[in-house]
Design a protein around this ligand. Structure first.
Ligand SMILES: *Cc1c(COP(=O)(O)O)cnc(C)c1O
Length: 383
């Protein structure tokens, strides 16, 4: 086995997308594959998602959308984060749906369509209260009217209208009702302006599962597609029945195992001191591989059928775990996190230990680690 590696089971992603698609009833499914498929690998994730029934794929940037086309994906793709001077023509030539937040962006998309010599597939984003991207509600009427005019000029086809929740992982938060209501009124304004988009969408994973009223034509599922809980603490009624499977396992070979006498202190700063003799295992991965330094003294790993605490600080290339009275051989496998089926920690466990969300754990891990893709269903067929 490699020093440290990320193993992604594409069968888990296929399964999760299939389950999610079934769970959202008649709504279509966009699998969000931005940031290298949440760290799982853009091309393999995209293929697995399509095989699981993803009607759409979603990415943040035009670069990501072009990279997705370069993997061979030819289906509907939406991207949503541009800057002035963006290469819209390249995206338009490849049938990528682009998003406009403003009149300036609409003008750039129109210019891109003329340069490409074809109509742009355009979606409009309204800010319903996240106060991130999207048109402010005060500017919405003007934007939809201008988009309708561009449509009548033949430069664009408005294919979608969308927005994004701020608090969908807290289902009782009053912002959810307010945003859904704002979205409905933005849709009415667009309809009055003459727009007839084929997809209206508002929900990410948490809202797709917890807020059926907000599914509209399409839901945009990222984190749940990778098998991780989109709203920890709020999903006991839906997640167990769905049977999502975390697709990523991060594992390594113990570089060294040795005994430490009582009173010995571990790693930079000596933040942990043994109060009894114990065994230390050296894990050859660190923050240079995307292991959060916040895991120092907090997260646990899995060795020989037990969870083992990290002792002392996570370094750039390595960290140390406490193996208690056990003495596994150097080279023994250590699982940092995985699906959790055998009791090993999950990305969610690491997120809680590090004071963050599972999204950050899976997206940041990488660095010098090898990443391999397996298909557990295909292996079962072969066996
Ligand atoms: C990242 C993202 C999503 C996916 O969110 P999840 O919580 O991972 O399901 C959906 N929509 C937009 C606009 C996003 O940026």
């Amino acid at each position: 086995m490699n020093r440290a590696e990320i193993v992604v089971d594409v069968a888990a992603i296929r399964h999760n997308v299939r389950r999610l698609r079934a769970a959202v009833g008649g709504a279509r499914m966009m699998t969000v594959v931005k940031s290298d498929g949440y760290g799982h690998g853009l091309g393999p994730v995209a293929r697995a998602a399509r095989a699981g029934g993803a009607d759409w794929l979603g990415v943040a940037t035009i670069d990501e959308a072009l990279a997705l086309r370069a993997t061979g994906d030819a289906g509907p793709v939406l991207c949503w984060l541009g800057v002035p001077g963006e290469e819209y023509a390249a995206a338009i030539e490849r049938d990528i749906d682009v998003t406009a937040y403003s009149l300036d962006e609409l003008a750039e998309v129109t210019k891109g369509a003329r340069a490409a010599g074809r109509q742009a597939r355009l979606q409009l984003k309204v800010d319903t209260g996240l106060s991130r991207g999207g048109a402010m509600q005060a500017d919405w009427t003007e934007l939809v009217r201008a988009a309708r005019a561009a449509e009548q000029d033949g430069d664009v086809a408005v294919t979608g209208i969308w927005s994004h929740f701020a608090c969908s992982d807290e289902p009782a938060h009053p912002a959810n009702d307010a945003q859904e209501a704002a979205f409905r009124s933005a849709l009415e304004i667009a309809h009055t302006a003459g727009l007839r988009p084929s997809v209206r969408h508002l929900s990410n994973s948490a809202a797709a599962l917890l807020r059926p009223s907000a599914r509209f034509d399409l839901v945009r599922c990222g984190i749940a597609s990778y098998g991780l809980d989109p709203a920890p603490g709020h999903t006991p009624a839906v997640l167990p029945g769905l049977g999502l499977i975390p697709a990523m396992t991060v594992r390594a070979a113990l570089a060294m195992v040795k005994r430490l006498p009582a009173g010995g202190s571990v790693s930079y700063g000596h933040t942990w001191t043994a109060d009894r003799p114990t065994t230390l295992g050296l894990v050859p991965a660190g923050y240079g591989d995307g292991i959060l330094r916040h895991a120092s003294g907090r997260a646990e790993v899995w060795v020989d059928g037990r969870r083992r605490p990290i002792r002392g600080r996570v370094c750039m290339d390595q960290f140390v775990v406490d193996l208690d009275s056990d003495l596994p051989a150097a080279g023994s496998r250590v699982v940092l996190f995985g699906a959790g089926a055998d009791g090993e920690p999950t990305a969610q466990d690491w997120a809680e230990a590090c004071g963050t969300i599972s999204y950050e754990i899976v997206t940041r891990v990488g660095g010098r680690m090898r990443r391999i893709h397996v298909d557990s269903e295909a292996e079962e067929h072969r066996a």
